[in-house]
Design a protein around this ligand. Sequence first.
Ligand SMILES: Cc1cc2nc3c(=O)[nH]c(=O)nc-3n(C[C@H](O)[C@H](O)[C@H](O)COP(=O)(O)OP(=O)(O)OC[C@H]3O[C@@H](n4cnc5c(N)ncnc54)[C@H](O)[C@@H]3O)c2cc1C
Length: 413
Amino acid sequence: MEHFDVVIIGAGPSGACAGALLRKAGKKVLCVEKQHFPRFSIGESLLPHCMQFLAEAGLEPALQQQAAAHGFQFKNGAAFLKNDFRTAFDFTDKFSPGPGTTFQVKRAAFDKILADAAAEQGLQIRYGVTVEQVDITGAAQALLQVSDDNGRQYQLSAGFVLDGSGFGRVLPKLLDLEQPSDFPVRQASFCHIRDNISDPRFDRNKILITVHSSLPDVWFWLIPFSDGSASLGVVGKQQRFDASRSAADNLWQHVQQTPELAQLLAQAEPVNEAQSLTGYAANVRSLHGNRFALLGNAGEFLDPVFSSGVTIALRSAAMAVPLVLRQLNGEQPNWDTEYSKPLRKGIDTFRAFVTAWYDGRFQDVIFSRQRQAKVTAMISSILAGYAWDQANPYVAEPERRLNVLRELCLDAE
Ligand SMILES: Cc1cc2nc3c(=O)[nH]c(=O)nc-3n(C[C@H](O)[C@H](O)[C@H](O)COP(=O)(O)OP(=O)(O)OC[C@H]3O[C@@H](n4cnc5c(N)ncnc54)[C@H](O)[C@@H]3O)c2cc1C
């Protein structure tokens, strides 16, 4: 049986980042990835906070070098559209320190760039290898049963296991850690398009979030790439979608019901088959246990609306690795107070904003004509991913501050 200091499940952003950081510390690390890269993944709009973790892990140079060749789009903010009201947040004008720009990426290429860069730093990645079973009851090591594409089954042992399996949710399923999300079951239908947009008001440096013209809890993402293509998706409660119709029909029907967006996309042509994802919000009872921790989507996933997924995935990797190193060194880090609670603090900031988006409170703020520069910078910070910066009052007390701000916006209107 082969033994590793750490086995990572999944070579997505969280797995690649954790692997690169562990290699920097000289650890013997194996990453097992069920699929073969490049493979499609959703989640194409990064937040600037991501760049901090990619730099820490030594993965940013590869991204910067290859961004243009893969059609990745420079991104400096988020634009919002509701009926004929347009507004935008510039991430370079933000409250928290840190990078203010990032990219909109095609995930197949992005994930491969990160995984290859981590492999160059010595991370062993085995593609086409699926984790089937784990035994984390051992005092000295964890055991994993894996199978490869040829049906060969074998065991691995590890001093620690990091689960970066995303929606695969390997350890939550195998260890019975799953807990339902507080959010209702929502669906997303999406595809890539050649957007053919000529409207000068459309800023390719920003993701565009459009609210459906008559259903305020239904919204669209339009994520432009630098090669003239874009990712388009619609999100709403599952009952808003007609199960008897295709993903493409559901997507374009909602677009047609939203005149400003329909007009913007009048010349758009799909470049791949639309697909749908349903019920992606997920949670767990615990983000850690004996010799394991959950990263990124294998832990909690909220909602796509503020593009927080990859940021949380990378941040979780950057927070977990120093604790793994200490544990491998014979210490006993307190995973609850040093990992779970601080990680969840930022997730809870996003949760407050996501909840307020769907119940309309945050939309009242975003689509208000009243803007105060300092408050706008604080909101920009959160939209740029800095949801852990306690110096930002909207992180320290998101719920109360949002409610007060909304009242101020409504009064001023
Ligand atoms: C509709 C929608 C839109 C989104 N939009 C955005 C966005 O704009 N911006 C953003 O930041 N996030 C977005 N997200 C979230 C984003 O997709 C995820 O948060 C992000 O990919 C999580 O990264 P990860 O590394 O945790 O997992 P993943 O990227 O999912 O990677 C997990 C890897 O584990 C592998 N794996 C799974 N099971 C096994 C197994 N048994 N053995 C071995 N390997 C396994 C998988 O093959 C996969 O490669 C969106 C999500 C949804 C649902």
